[in-house]
Design a binder for this molecule. Sequence first.
Ligand code: C2E
Ligand code: CA
Ligand code: CA
Length: 575
Amino acid sequence: MDELRYQLNLLKAMNQKLSGHEHMYRLICDSLGDAFLYCSLEKGEINVVGKLEAIDSYTFRDLKDLNILCDVVAEEFSLPLRALLFLEKEDEERRSLDCKMKDDKTWLRFEAVVYYNKNGEPADKVIKIEDITKNMLRAEEMRYLAFYDPATGLFNRNYFVSRLNEFLLKAEQENDVVSVIFIDIDGFKNINDGFGLLIGDEIVQQIGQYLNEFSSDKCLVSHLYTDVFCIAVYDPTKDRSIDFVTSTINKRFADGFVLSNGERFTFTASMGVAEYPEAATSSIDLLNCAEIVMFKAKENGRGAGMVQYFDAAILQDFLKKAEIENKLKDAVFRKNFEMYFQPQYFSDNERLRGVEALIRWKSDGGKMVSPSVFIPIAEKNGLIMEIGTWVLSETLSIFKKWKDKYNYPMIMSVNISAMQYKQDRFVNELLDLLHKYDIKPEELELEITETLFIEDIEEVKEKLHILRDYGVRISLDDFGTGFSSLAYLQGLPIDTLKIDKSFIDNVGQEGSGRIITESIIQLVERLGYETVAEGVETAEQYAYLKEAGCDIIQGYLLGKPMPEHEIDKLLIRLL
Ligand code: C2E
Ligand code: CA
Ligand code: CA
């Protein structure tokens, strides 16, 4: 009897322990957020543990038949799921499957494992069901980000290029044409700087939405970066002809977009068009060609909505510039430059007034490259800063030698680019150099061009005034060729005005050239400046200019730009 009671107590205790364990397992499973189905194949029983919000708990808790699960998933997953749920029929041990539910939103991952007994017969099966909706959404988002630009919903660059590849393949097979339009919003930087990045972003978004209207199976639209968009058109004809697309866009941009703050912004865009197979045969090359001609449109149209079609000469020009740019970087690094000097004479007594320093680039094979080729490039890419610093110190050190050797009173004129004035240290460095080489400020003349004043005129004026107060002379170069003329003279501390060669070329004959030149000379005289005529090539021009009252003459007639030792010879003769 005792023995029986003992056995009974033992059983009770074991039972308690077991139900305690079961409770623990249930809690653990519930907390996992996944559900598990345990199927005893030998007994034909199914046990459900864990929770799954995606499936109605009533159906789920009392699940007696696995087939029911096939009804909760979307139709196309029903058959594959059945195969997975009964995988032991195919002698399989483990398999998993992701299924979409009937609600078209929820995703479940089913994973089944079969356990076999000693005789190799299937005995137990565990099916794990996991809600993977969040993972799927994230994956979809990643996929979206891989192909689309989130700001505009347009194709991103990579996807655009791969779709463009498909266009090109098809065009090759079918002997068709594909056009690429590279679109760059004019003055977008000013919008960003003036109105802030948020406004800039909204504009990009609205433009993107608008351009998306062109999207079709024959027209790809992409947002490449910031304010740059690209459209590829397969077989551009009729309402997708390039003329039609570009003029429609420009019209729409001129109408403008109303932003959320109620303000209307109007734009222009510079566009470059390149066509397969004429311009290039690969997508990247085609894009590059369209971008290069877009730059040309920007340059020629001065940012006023110009459309430029591909032209081999533009590409050639671009490649040449790129080559020069590379070589120039190297030249700056090696200081492969030399200063030449062109004499200037007083017109009345032909006495040497001074020299203008003109840089030369000693390129491969000792050939001298003209600054009119490389200075504009250096101004664009910023190399002018280093070049300008070298020019000043080299020129002043040579000037110092001449002063020490010949003691001839003369003025050294040096060309200074707009960007150099933007350097904070420009004024101080210049004054330091004057001090270092013991040069009086009034012996130095800085030549500036009118175009320089287009931007930041106040900042430049301020620096010019400081330098002028020290006694440095200021000369306005290429007078008459800039965008503006007389208006800019106001408030500028000028000593000298150089009449551009284009006017001098025309003083030989009666006509407007003479009238303008004479008027300039008279005006300058009254303003109290000196006049220099540059590019004087003939004795007639000289005689005429002298008669008209021009103070100083510079040009091939009296002396070409020459190296240092040639000026030495000239100065020795003056001793
Ligand atoms: P620029 O300042 O107007 O210089 C005058 C240009 O006309 C020089 O060309 C000179 O060689 C040329 N020239 C002078 N007399 C005659 C003439 O009678 N007939 C003809 N056909 N040409 C004449 P260069 O030396 O090729 O310089 C071109 C431009 O490059 C300069 O025009 C100047 O704007 C720029 N430059 C030259 N050196 C420097 C420099 O050191 N720094 C900067 N920033 N620019 C420079
Ligand atoms: Ca000059
Ligand atoms: Ca000039």
